[in-house]
Ligand binder design. Structure first.
Ligand code: PLP
Length: 368
């Protein structure tokens, strides 16, 4: 059956086309042009950060954040085992070692007690990931990092619009990274942003993302990279940001419709914790029996509904299998029991009822 409900869908209903045409008409299509600064400025304002610098994707944003902090050979960086692989890979790019920490079962985010357990004399930083749009336990994590003098990086790739105790995520640590990939809450096609309250860190990030060039033409005083965002991407990002409130409101409506549909069932939906605002990048569920997940996904596809499994534990990936032994029982549980459901803002409440109903029908037919 044709997929009627993809996992994500985009519609560009604001100034996206107008701003992109403006780039083309003005010929400013590369990484210089007025939209870059405007997007950076508006993004900083939206999140409440003091400074922002745009990059070409979210992985680059993480890599750049680590480089700006001077993370490198011999350092260890604690990262969640339950995350998209880019979080760990960014650490590896710097030649530091990612050390995995297990998740909490109630909010699926990095367990602060695990962070404490994994600290060694070589630990330099912690990366927390606000996975699927839910906030990590920032009070505890900030206090651990302060006590042990560790840098704190927030991976907010999936968490634009996520609030913890009144503040946007990404404003608790030293430096933070966002992604604007095509399926993210706001997109630039490919793109990312680094934010920080430290002018020095953002100036360093700017320098590194810009080939390490100095004020002297063609003089490069550090090993730099080209991680710049184009003016066209920034134009799309600015237009997207102009209607982010509407996008988030609709995503919340969709999440609430799922919650209502799954009420009193055995399906467990990713929760919004007290004192936080979940931005529901992906509405995610757990089913009781891991061995039913694949058959359920197949059944959904036969009914025109796409889904994604939750991320696999990083430590089982071939690249990390040797360096990270140990037990990650919570991540293992979540990873094999979970699914992401169609989560785009244009879904109607009727669409959600159909999707949830299909899932519940399958589970009823397959109950022992
Ligand atoms: C948690 C997380 N970190 C980092 C990234 C990397 O972002 P990008 O795909 O823009 O490189 C992603 C997503 O795609 C992500 O989900």
């Amino acid at each position: 059956m044709e997929i009627k409900y993809p996992i994500y869908n985009r519609s560009f209903t604001g100034n996206e086309k107008k701003y992109v045409l403006d780039c083309i008409d003005s010929t400013w299509i590369s990484s210089r042009g007025s939209y870059i600064e405007k997007f950076e400025h508006k993004f900083a304002e939206y999140t409440g950060a003091t400074h922002a610098t745009a990059v070409n994707n979210g992985t680059a944003a993480l890599h750049l954040a680590l480089m700006a902090l001077g993370i490198g050979y011999g350092d260890e960086v604690i990262v969640p085992d339950f995350t998209y692989i880019a979080t760990a890979n960014a650490v590896k790019y710097t030649h530091a070692t990612p050390v995995f920490a297990d998740a909490l079962s109630h909010n699926w985010q990095i367990d602060p007690a695990e962070i404490k357990r994994k600290i060694t004399a070589r630990t330099k930083a912690v990366i927390v990931v606000h996975l699927y749009g839910a906030a990590c336990n920032m009070d505890e994590i900030v206090s651990i990092c302060k006590e042990h003098k560790l840098y704190l990086i927030e991976d907010c790739a999936e968490a634009i619009g996520t609030i913890y105790k009144g503040k946007h995520v990404g404003t608790f640590g030293d430096i933070s990274a966002f992604s604007f990939f095509g399926n993210k809450t706001i997109t630039t096609g490919e793109g990312g942003m680094v934010i920080s309250d430290s002018k020095e860190l953002i100036e360093k990030a700017f320098h590194i993302k810009n080939q390490g060039v100095t004020s002297k033409v063609y003089w490069h005083d550090v090993l730099g990279y080209n991680l710049r965002m184009t003016n066209i991407c920034a134009a799309i990002g600015l237009a997207q940001l102009e209607h982010i409130d509407e996008i988030l409101a609709n995503k919340l409506r969709v999440a609430n419709a799922y919650r209502e549909a799954f009420r009193d069932s055995a399906v467990e939906m990713h929760k919004q914790e007290e004192g936080t605002l979940h931005s529901y990048w992906m509405v995610s569920i757990l089913i009781e029996k891991a061995d039913l997940r694949e058959p359920l996904a197949r059944y959904m596809r036969e009914h025109g509904i796409d889904s994604r499994p939750l991320f696999y534990p990083c430590h089982i990936m071939p690249v990390y299998a040797e360096t990270n032994d140990g037990d990650f029982p919570v991540t293992d549980q979540l990873s094999y029991r979970g699914l992401n459901l169609p989560s785009f803002p244009e879904l109607t409440n009727e669409d959600v009822k159909y999707i949830a109903g299909t899932i519940l029908d399958f589970l009823k037919d397959n109950a022992e």
